[in-house]
Design a protein around this ligand. Structure first.
Ligand code: ASP
Ligand code: MG
Length: 462
C-alpha cells in the first residue's frame, strides 16, 4: 500500500493551549489519517509565543538580564502546563518535559551570550524565534502518538532544520526548493509507507545547518513549499490550512450577517479579495502549491465539519461575484493644477516619492487637471506634499472607504455593473476603477455609508 500525503498546517490559535491541541489532534486523525492517506502536520508556535520570543531577543541585550530570564521562565511554565494538560502525568509527559526544559535552557544560554556580547545579530534572532515551533511540535507529536488508536502507525517528529533548506537571509530566509525537495525524499518514503509526520513551519536551516526563519506568519508558506517538495516524490492531493475562520467568506461577517464561506475560489480572486481588505491568508504564500496543481483548503479548526474554501488556479464558476472586500478609512490625496494638460514631470515626482516610501495606491484616477490617489493609510502623505510643493494644489481627505467586488462575472456577464450601481441607491460613490483587472471593480464611498453599501450589494448578489 502506498499512501497519499496530505499536508495539514495548524496556525497559532489552532494550537494555542491544550484544548486547541486536542482539537487539532482529532482533526489530524479525522481529516488526515485515512485508509489511503497519511498527513504531514506542519505547526505554528502556540499563539503569542513568537511575539514573546522576539521581545525576549531584544530584552537580552538590555542592561538588566532579569526581564529576559523572567520571560523564559514564563514561556517554560506555559508550555509545561500545556504539555501536562494534554498528556497527563505520565512517562511521556516526563520525556517531553525534559526535552522542553533542554530547549529553554539553550535559550537561557543564548540570552546570556547575547547579553555579554551586547550585540544581537539576525542569526541570534532566528535562534530565539525558532523556539516556539520547536516547543509546540514536541508537545503535539507526543499528544498525537498518545491519541492514535492504531499504535502500529509511527508518529514521527521531523526536524525542519534537517530538511527545509533556505538561504542565509536570517529572519527573512527564502526556501530553496530543489534542495528541500531532495531532502524530503526520505520523508516522502516514510509517509507513503504509512507513517505520520509532525514538523515545524516557519523555521529551516541553511545548507550549513544554521537555523533560519522565513518571516512572520511564514508557516503557510512552509506548508506550501513542503507540499510542493513532497509532490515530486508522492501523490499530494491537498494542503489543508487550519485556522480560526471557516475559509474565505463572501464578505466580512461583522459587516454582513448573511456572509458565507466561498466553497471554491480561484487563486486570482483570492488574491484580489486579500489585497482589497479580506484578511484570511496571504494568498501569495500558497502560490507555489497552487501553481503546481495542489489544491489548498482553508478550514476552521473550531468548526471542522464546515467545508471551508478550496483555492485552485482556475475555477469553473457559475456565480458572477465571488466576494466583496472593504478597505476602511483609506486616505485620499487629491492633486489639482490649473493646467488642462496633465503634467508628466509632476507625475514622475509623485511616483518617485511613492517609490521611496514604498507605498502603492490602492486606486488611482486621472482627469484633465486633477489626479486622485487612494492609500491604505496616511503614511505617504508627507512625502507627497514635499514632492509637489509649490507646483500644484494638494488636498488630503479622510472619511472614505474602498469597496471592491471580485468575480469572473465582471468579465463575462453584461449588466453586472448596472446591478452594482443600482444597489448603491443614494449613496455617493467616486473613483470607480474597473478594468485594471477584468475580475474586480472598486469604488470609494463615505466610511459612514460603507457598511450599508456593502450590505446592499451583498443582498443583490448572494
Ligand atoms: N509563529 C510564526 C509567527 O507567528 C509563524 C506563523 O505562525 O506562521 O509569525
Ligand atoms: Mg504565529
Amino acid at each position: 500500500m502506498t499512501y497519499k500525503i496530505i499536508v495539514q498546517k495548524f496556525g497559532g490559535t489552532s494550537v494555542e493551549d491544550a484544548r486547541a491541541m486536542a482539537r487539532a489532534i482529532k482533526i489530524v486523525l479525522g481529516h488526515g489519517v485515512s485508509a489511503r492517506t497519511r498527513p504531514l502536520v506542519v505547526l505554528s508556535a502556540c499563539a503569542g509565543v513568537t511575539n514573546d520570543l522576539i521581545r525576549l531577543s531584544e530584552l537580552s541585550i538590555k542592561g538588566d538580564l532579569r526581564p529576559a530570564q523572567t520571560t523564559i521562565d514564563r514561556l517554560e511554565a506555559k508550555h509545561a502546563r500545556i504539555a501536562r494538560e494534554l498528556l497527563g502525568e505520565s512517562d511521556v509527559f516526563d520525556t517531553v518535559h525534559r526535552s522542553l526544559h533542554e530547549l529553554w535552557e539553550s535559550l537561557r544560554l543564548l540570552a546570556r551570550g547575547v547579553h555579554q556580547l551586547g550585540e544581537l545579530t539576525a542569526r541570534n534572532r532566528d535562534q530565539f524565534q525558532s523556539a516556539g515551533e520547536r516547543a509546540s511540535s514536541l508537545i503535539f507529536q507526543a499528544g498525537l502518538a498518545g491519541a492514535i488508536k492504531d499504535k502500529s502507525i509511527p508518529v514521527l517528529l521531523l526536524d525542519a532544520k534537517e530538511f527545509f533548506v533556505t538561504t542565509n537571509d536570517f529572519t527573512a530566509a527564502r526556501p530553496l526548493v530543489p534542495e528541500t525537495t531532495r531532502q524530503m525524499k526520505k520523508i516522502a518514503r516514510l509517509l507513503t509507507d504509512g507513517a505520520i509526520g509532525v514538523t515545524q513551519g516557519f523555521i529551516g536551516a541553511t545548507a550549513e545547518g544554521e537555523t533560519t526563519t522565513i518571516g512572520r506568519g511564514g508557516s503557510d508558506f512552509s506548508a506550501a513549499i513542503m507540499g510542493v517538495a513532497l509532490a515530486s516524490h508522492a501523490k499530494v492531493p491537498e494542503i489543508q490550512i487550519w485556522t480560526d475562520v471557516a475559509g474565505i467568506l463572501t464578505c466580512d461577517p461583522r459587516l454582513v450577517r448573511g456572509a458565507r464561506s466561498i466553497e471554491h475560489i480561484s487563486f486570482q480572486d483570492a488574491s484580489e479579495l486579500a489585497y482589497f481588505g479580506a484578511k484570511v491568508l496571504h494568498p501569495e504564500t500558497i502560490w507555489p502549491a497552487v501553481e503546481k496543481g495542489i489544491p489548498v483548503r482553508v478550514l476552521s479548526s473550531k468548526e471542522p465539519k464546515k467545508p471551508g474554501t478550496t483555492i485552485t488556479a482556475k475555477v469553473r464558476n457559475s456565480h458572477p461575484i465571488t466576494g466583496i472586500a472593504l478597505l476602511r478609512d483609506v486616505t485620499v490625496v487629491r492633486l489639482g493644477s490649473s493646467s488642462i494638460v496633465p503634467d508628466v514631470t509632476l507625475q514622475q515626482a509623485i511616483w518617485d516619492a511613492l517609490g521611496e516610501t514604498g507605498s502603492v495606491p490602492v486606486a488611482v484616477s486621472f482627469s484633465v487637471g486633477s489626479a486622485l490617489y487612494a492609500f491604505r493609510d496616511a503614511s505617504p502623505v508627507l512625502a507627497l506634499r514635499a514632492a509637489v510643493e509649490g507646483r500644484t494644489m494638494i488636498e488630503v481627505e479622510s472619511g472614505h472607504s474602498l469597496v471592491t467586488l471580485v468575480g469572473p462575472g465582471l468579465r463575462e456577464h453584461a449588466g453586472i455593473a448596472a446591478r452594482i450601481f443600482r444597489s448603491l441607491g443614494r449613496a455617493n460613490c467616486e473613483m470607480i476603477s474597473y478594468g485594471g483587472s477584468d475580475t474586480s471593480i472598486s469604488f470609494l464611498v463615505s466610511s459612514e455609508s460603507a457598511g450599508r453599501v456593502v450590505q446592499k450589494i451583498h443582498r443583490e448578489f448572494f
